[in-house]
Design a protein around this ligand. Structure first.
Ligand code: ADP
Ligand code: ADP
Length: 584
């Protein structure tokens, strides 16, 4: 039985240009029912979305010749010298980290499930080993700086890696854009139909503008090839345009503006690491497995942004150099992405280095696209973005005054949070915005009924409010939240949950004596007499914010004055439109 399957599998394998074969870890259909029944009885671990992405690409051979999460030898060689222990280039560690407490035994089978509990694979545990986070950060990512999203994420990974033979029962299911999801074998087959020797891969995590269109067309023409437009739809950089929106733009662009004989649009469920040069090399290796023999590499390819001192982590051309250096071994040629600018007088694009002297040029940066155009509801010019693409982006990114925002009041009990928040709510409604008010006292009577005032309970309360606020903000509403929220770390978690660009912390800084004097609910008196224990400000700490967006005094200002200060801030930020002039 096993022998038969092996020969069947072999037939469907496609030989790579460099000689290797594509890995295929999927259990053959005829064995699936039996294997699934077996797996459903095994102890299982739930894997993160990053690991689910990695598992999918391992299963279909996108990481060939790698056929498992790395064992200690592969891991060591990859970290040290970008090679598997067998010598094949492989620049990024692909690992399955777990917490030391996880129930794992050597030589035992374990089931891997995704976040929705779908059974994905059976792993026979052959190795359990410790890994060194600092070493990986330094050698692979070249930094320990927590501004590097992967370095920050690694702090939450388990301390032990598991490795061993994988039998994949199911690719993590995807229900979106199924017609564009192709595994390496299917992609190669499709590319063969184009009848051209050269395939140019283009990796992207951003919407494509006219410069990208120009550049990809030129690169493809240069080598008389087909373009494999291969956007990442797994995990990209936090804050990127979501893949649903991006894929709609890619489809519009690919179907209307490219020669259909020269483009294949396919989606890649890759979980990016933003490892700059090493990542570029990895992208090249992956694209080779999908059938490309050229890859376009730009300035600062797969860059993580700046470190906490404001310095770039990798040199702008490190990625190009590294890929070029290994291109022969990988059988993938590096095509440098040359900067193009628009020449308005001639209505064409030209490489920056070839612009005729004295000619006018135009360009718009990614930041300008967001801040000057999309956020203000200004249409992107046609020379910069195809109108179909601009329209999709405008739909998904409404102007600021229709985006959501969370206004988070924090301060002692009786500081004036609720009083100011209710005035603000009315002012915002006057200005055409929809509000949900989440007042601590009110939330505690419904959403958080039953919670007390221990640290754990207070954190749960705040996280619940934060969760609801984040949903409201995502849907374009304003969440006005007023809870004591005494702990800094929890408030920061909420800020991250909502998204820092949509979060305004308002510190209602009323001195304890004043709150105590007001003692609206008589609680301070009870706290002083010991009738209530753990009261914020009396015998439980209040950690004042270090950098609130807005800092209010209720000793010098009336509630209305403070509410108007917040309104002005929101107008400055664009979340509320400036009122019409009244002197018309
Ligand atoms: P919190 O929501 O912060 O617990 P509340 O808004 O419920 O506080 O209570 C604040 C009390 O202080 C209210 O009774 C309010 O009338 C009174 N107060 C007096 N001066 C001010 C001021 N300048 N700003 C806000 N509240 C004030
Ligand atoms: P949080 O959940 O951040 O502690 P809430 O605003 O939900 O804050 O609840 C605080 C309110 O509950 C206070 O305004 C006060 O009226 C009341 N309260 C009752 N016991 C306590 C306590 N031990 N510490 C603070 N507030 C308390």
């Amino acid at each position: 039985m096993a022998k038969e399957t092996a020969t069947k599998n072999k037939k469907s394998l496609i030989i790579q240009p460099c000689g290797g074969k594509l890995v295929d870890l999927r259990v053959p259909p005829e064995e699936l029912a039996e294997r699934k029944a077996y797996a459903s009885k095994l102890p299982s671990i739930q894997v993160s979305s990053r690991i689910a992405c990695d598992l999918e690409l391992l299963a279909v051979g996108a990481f060939s010749p790698l056929d498992r999460f790395m064992g200690v030898e592969d891991h060591r060689h990859v970290v040290e010298e970008m090679r598997l222990s067998g010598g094949h280039l492989f620049p990024i560690p692909i690992t399955l980290p777990v917490d030391p407490g996880t129930e794992t035994k050597l030589d035992a089978d374990i089931a891997l499930r995704d976040a929705n509990n779908n059974l994905l694979a059976v792993m026979t545990i052959e190795e359990i080993y410790e890994w060194d986070r600092e070493e990986v950060a330094q050698k692979v990512f070249r930094t320990q700086d927590l501004r590097h999203p992967l370095v920050a994420e690694m702090h939450r990974w388990g301390k032990h890696n598991l490795s061993g033979k994988l039998q994949v029962l199911q690719i993590p299911p995807h229900f979106d854009y199924q017609e564009l999801r192709m595994n390496p074998q299917e992609t190669r087959q499709k590319l063969l139909e184009y009848g051209r020797t050269n395939v140019v891969a283009f990796q992207t995590r951003n919407p494509l503008h006219r410069v990208h269109e120009e550049l990809t067309k030129r690169a493809t023409q240069e080598v008389d090839g087909v373009l494999l437009l291969h956007p990442v739809v797994g995990m990209t950089k936090p804050g990127d345009v979501d893949h649903f929106t991006r894929v709609r733009t890619y489809k519009a662009l690919a179907s209307r503006y490219y020669d259909q004989d020269r483009i294949l649009l396919a989606l890649l469920p890759l979980a990016m690491r933003l490892a700059g040069p090493r990542e570029a090399l990895w992208h090249a290796l992956i694209r080779r497995n999908y059938g490309a023999n050229h890859i376009i590499i730009g300035r600062d390819h797969a860059g993580p942004g700046k470190d906490s001192n404001g310095n770039p982590i990798y040199g702008p051309y490190d990625a190009q150099e590294l890929v070029a250096k290994h291109s022969e071994e990988l059988c993938v040629k590096m095509l440098p992405f040359r900067s193009l600018v628009y020449l308005p007088d001639e209505d064409r694009y030209e490489e920056v280095t070839k612009v005729p002297e004295g000619a006018q040029t135009a360009s718009i940066s990614g930041t300008q696209v967001r801040e000057e155009y999309l956020n203000n509801g200004v249409e992107l010019p046609q020379w910069f973005t195809r109108p179909e693409v601009a329209e999709i982006l405008a739909e998904s990114y409404p102007p600021r005054h229709r985006q959501g925002v969370c206004i988070w009041f924090t301060g002692l009990s009786g500081a004036g949070k609720s009083t100011i928040a209710s005035v603000l709510t009315v002012l915002l409604q006057e200005n055409g915005r929809h509000i949900t008010m989440l007042d601590g006292d009110v939330v505690r009577t419904n959403l958080s009924k039953g919670l007390g005032f221990s640290k754990e309970d207070r954190d749960i309360n705040i996280r619940r409010i934060g969760f609801v606020a984040a949903e409201i903000v995502r849907h374009g509403g304003i969440a006005v939240c007023a809870a004591v929220s005494p702990y800094r770390a929890t408030r920061n978690d909420v800020r991250n949950l909502v998204g820092k660009d949509h979060y305004v912390e308002v510190f209602v800084d009323t001195p304890l004596e004043v709150c105590e004097q007001r003692d609206v609910k008589g609680l301070y008196a009870k706290a002083r007499s010991g009738e209530i224990k753990g009261f914020t400000g009396i015998d439980d700490p209040y950690e004042a914010p270090h950098h609130p967006e807005i800092h209010l005094s209720t000793v010098n200002n009336t509630p209305e004055k403070n509410a108007r200060l917040i309104l002005e801030y929101l107008q400055e930020m664009g979340f509320v439109r400036h009122s019409e002039m009244h002197n018309e």
